[in-house]
Design a protein around this ligand. Sequence first.
Ligand SMILES: C[S@@+](CC[C@H](N)C(=O)[O-])C[C@H]1O[C@@H](n2cnc3c(N)ncnc32)[C@H](O)[C@@H]1O
Length: 271
Amino acid sequence: MFGLKKRRRGPPAGSGLLCSGAPAQPPASWEEIVCGYGASVDPAEARAQAGNAAEAAFFAQDDRLATKWHHYLEIYDRHLSRYRGKPVRLLELGVFQGGSLQMWRRYLGPQAVIHGLDINPGCREITEDGLKVHLGSQADPGLLRRIAEEMGGIDVVIDDAGHISAEQIASFEVLYPLLAPDGVYIVEDVHASYWPDHGGGLRAHGAFMEYAKLLLDRLHARYVLDPDPFARDPGFADVTHGIAFHDSMVVFEKRLKPLPRSLRVGHRTLS
Ligand SMILES: C[S@@+](CC[C@H](N)C(=O)[O-])C[C@H]1O[C@@H](n2cnc3c(N)ncnc32)[C@H](O)[C@@H]1O
C-alpha cells in the first residue's frame, strides 16, 4: 500500500552464509539419520585419549549401558566441571539403562546428589547406593515439583527423556524456575525438534527449538523497542546468564544478574 514500507519476504541477508550444498532429497526418516552416525569405540583406547574429564568418566563406564553423542561430553565438561567434587544436585530426565547416572557419579564425585526420572517401570531396579530413580513422566508437573522438593533443590537438569517437544517444554517450564539461581539446564537431542513425529519440524510451531529461539529473544527483552509489553518483559533475562546452542544440545545458564552496565574506560578519542 502507498506510504507503507513493504516487509521483505524470504530469509534475512546472510542466511546463505557458508552454504556448501545438500543432497537434493532429504533423508527418508530420522532413524536413517541417527543410524548413519552410529559408531563403535575401543573403550580402553578412548579412555587413554580422553580430552576432558567427562570423556574420561564416560569411557570408564563398564557396568550399565550409557548412550551419548561424543561431542556432548566436551560440552558437559565446559558447563559442569565447576560442580565436580561438590554436593551438586543433578536430575537426569531419561534414565534408560542407568549407565548415564553411574557416569555422572564418577564424573561429579561422592558428594553429588543424583536423581533420575523415567517412564519405564523397569528403571526401578537402578536405584542403588547414591542414585535415586523416580518413575513417571517428564510432562507431569506435580511429579517434577515433588522430585525437586525431595532433592532439596536442583543445580543441574539434563533432559534426555522422550525428546518430544511438548514434553521438553513442559519439563522446562516447571523446572527452570525451580533451578538454583546459578544452575544449568541442558536439553539433549534437540535434533528431534526437526522431526514431525516428535512434535517438531523445521520452524514448526510447538517445536522445542522454536521455543528456545523465543527465549533467546526474551534474553534480550530489555533492548526491544516493540510496543508489546510481553516482548519487553525482563523476567527471564533477569535470571538467565546465557543460552548456548550446540549441535543437538541447548544449554541454559541461570544467574541472578545485576542490571546490565555499559562501561567506559580511557579518555582519548579520534582527533
Ligand atoms: C535416550 S534414553 C535416555 C538415555 C540416558 N540418559 C543415557 O544417557 O544413557 C530415553 C529414556 O527416556 C525415557 N522416556 C521416554 N519418554 C519419557 C517421559 N515422557 N518421561 C520420562 N521418561 C521418558 C525412556 O523410557 C528412555 O529410557
